[in-house]
Design a protein around this ligand. Sequence first.
Ligand code: ASP
Length: 294
Amino acid sequence: MKPKIIAHGGSRHLGQDEPMRQRAVTDACKEAYEVLLEKSAVDAVEAAIKAMESSEHLNAGVGSYLQIDGTVRMDAAIMKSDLSAGAVLSIEGVEHPISIARRVMETTQHIIISGRLATEFAYCEGFPMYDPRTRPKVEIWLDMMDELRTKTSYEQIFHVDRYLETGKHQLGTVGCVAIDASGAIAAGTSTGGLMKNVPGRVGDSAIIGAGTYCSEHGGVSCTGIGEKILVLSLAKEVVNYLRYEQGVTASEAARHGVEELKSIKAEGGLICIDRGGNMGFAYNTEVMTMHYIE
Ligand code: ASP
């Protein structure tokens, strides 16, 4: 099998920072392709996502949006075509959530570890403490605080602010899917969530079957409004399409996924690779920052 890799830096509305975002995704993909030529699909997916988590232009790891209490809480998942998987939810104080998700997959008998105890797990495993807040994201948070000050109470922010319906959200999650020379596939996704997250909110990205899924039939990483992707179990929907629809390729499956999003008036995108090594992607936002190498 010819090794192939595809990476995304989120689907969103076009912004001035798009060239920087594109550079970060392209560089990460190229770096990870070198890994893919020497090692496995899961090594390459981790390498690509680590590189994107290090970019302050992307919303994952360093550069994640702050939740409304001023804390960065991140979600990440990684999965292989043999169905092994690992994920962390609402993890704080680390640089590379994707590596901790991989450690969960490889060293525990569980699939998801959440919250403070995910952070504790990371430190016990020797990952260093790291503050992922960057100045631009802190400034966005301060502006958001000005806006939220007009609300009468914290409860109203939780229960009344239906901003997901307004289209004023900022996306930018990162993800990668790769297939290696042995035909093994891996997929991963890492995110700082949406811009106006209530503390403790978890999106689709690190939920197996929603934002990330991988089996012998294919691997998928999604981006978009997590609440909408969750109710569709979108990544699994796309892999099921590959599995059950006769002769379907990754491109058709990706388009099917976006049709599903459209059917519930949602925006987003996804990347995928099928068992034949075909790559696919689709989105219905203005742009999905991405790069692939075959
Ligand atoms: N899906 C992510 C979330 O809802 C956001 C994104 O893709 O940019 O957390």
